[in-house]
Ligand binder design. Structure first.
Ligand code: SF4
Length: 387
């Protein structure tokens, strides 16, 4: 135990992590209220190292937003538009396929596809979208077959194909409503059309009063968790998120992580956790500044320490900036997310990071932080270890 941990009064938590014991919600609250970042970093770093050793990963991915038209108006959202708005957009399926083709040529391994809850596109459009994108993988070795309902997941190691990671939980609920089917039936149909993973977006903060203050009308915490539960039971995998730094309190963050950890105990279906720093521009939340660097590092460290059943904690460079994301590798994070190529959601909310990172930028940042860079796939499995 180092000097900082001894001085912080968090030594008992260091001992728990060293002994492989779980920390409680009361412990997590102490972490979120601590002002001793060095101590938090030391404990989180121990937890990280026990999970993943010296490796830190990144993925070659491309974001693809099919449309920003949305029937909801979440207060924190700067991305959504109504049909009357001049800056709304909508990609056709051929336009999406063209962007996907270009991504394949660049060695991209994952398409991350989300959009708003479109007011008029039918369910068949989403099925056709998945089928058209999935067809780009035809003939490529390692093409994933749909997992049977309830069957064991079979992670592959794709290097020359695009993994289709699509839709947030609220989009799935919207598609189920369009299809007039249950969530399970909808997910099976989408899976048969080519869906391979769910994204983790839309979790925001689960605490009902805070959720209502920032995302009124969005699905409840129970609905978010249930979409992921059903997907995991079908053999699928997903990530999960927490939007922090707006009107929530530390106890709300703990409550949020508690519910994610409980579902992970139940299904083991989350491959990673991504903490998303709130971006304050162009929306209705009365918060003037994004979370500080201190709060972001503390949030990542506390998440790593509390979420003991998650292997991977991602530092989301789009919200943090690459410099802080790199430092986060010493505060519990073991992943820098991806190259992305074209990000809209955070940048429309005022993010000042660039639209993309190159592979060499990521490798350099990881090496400089003293870690071994690993290019990973969607399931955080290594594709290439860059010793
Ligand atoms: S957060 Fe998603 S559901 Fe809410 S308004 Fe924005 S696009 Fe629509």
């Amino acid at each position: 135990m180092n000097f900082f941990v001894q001085r912080s009064g968090l030594g008992d938590l260091y001992d728990k992590v060293a002994a492989g014991q779980r920390v409680s919600e009361a412990d997590a609250l102490r972490l979120f209220e601590s002002k001793d970042l060095n101590a938090l970093g030391a404990i989180a770093d121990l937890a990280r190292e026990k999970k993943v050793g010296n490796r830190a990963s990144f993925i070659l991915n491309r974001y693809l937003n099919y449309s920003n038209y949305c029937i909801l108006s979440c207060q924190f959202c700067s991305f959504s538009r109504k049909k009357r708005d001049a800056d709304g957009f909508e990609l056709t399926i051929p336009q999406m396929v063209e962007k996907a083709r270009e991504a394949l040529k660049l060695g991209i391994t994952e398409l991350h596809i989300v959009g708003g809850l479109h007011p008029s596109l039918p369910f068949s459009h989403y099925v056709d979208m998945l089928k058209s994108l999935s067809a780009l993988n035809d003939g490529v070795a390692g093409r994933a077959e749909p997992c049977p309902p309830g069957g064991a997941h079979d992670p592959r190691h794709p290097t020359a194909r695009l993994h289709l990671k699509c839709f947030t939980a609220i989009e799935i609920l919207h598609l189920a409503w369009l299809a007039k089917k249950t969530v399970e039936q909808t997910l099976i149909e989408l899976k048969n059309a080519g869906l391979e993973s769910l994204t983790g977006g839309g979790a925001e903060i689960f605490q009902p009063a805070v959720r209502s203050a920032i995302a009124k009308g969005k699905e409840s915490a129970e609905e978010y968790l249930d979409v992921h539960r059903v997907w995991h039971r079908l053999g699928g995998r997903s990530t999960c998120t927490m939007l922090y730094g707006h009107v929530e309190k530390p106890a709300d963050r703990v409550d949020h992580l508690r519910q994610l950890r409980a579902l992970q105990d139940e299904t083991r279906g989350f491959v990673g956790f991504v903490a998303l720093p709130y971006q304050p521009e162009n929306n209705e939340i009365p918060v003037k500044a994004p979370p500080t660097g201190f709060d972001s590092l503390r949030t990542l460290a506390a998440s790593r320490i509390y979420l003991d059943n998650f292997d991977h904690i991602t530092a989301y460079w789009v919200g943090l900036g690459m410099k802080l994301a790199q430092i986060a590798l010493s505060y519990g994070a073991d992943d820098l997310h991806g190259t992305i190529l074209e990000e809209h959601i955070f940048h429309m909310a005022g993010a000042t990071s660039p639209q993309l990172q190159t592979e060499s930028d990521m490798i350099k940042a990881i090496r400089e932080a003293g870690r071994t860079p690993v290019q990973r796939n969607t399931f955080y499995e290594p594709i290439k270890v860059l010793d």
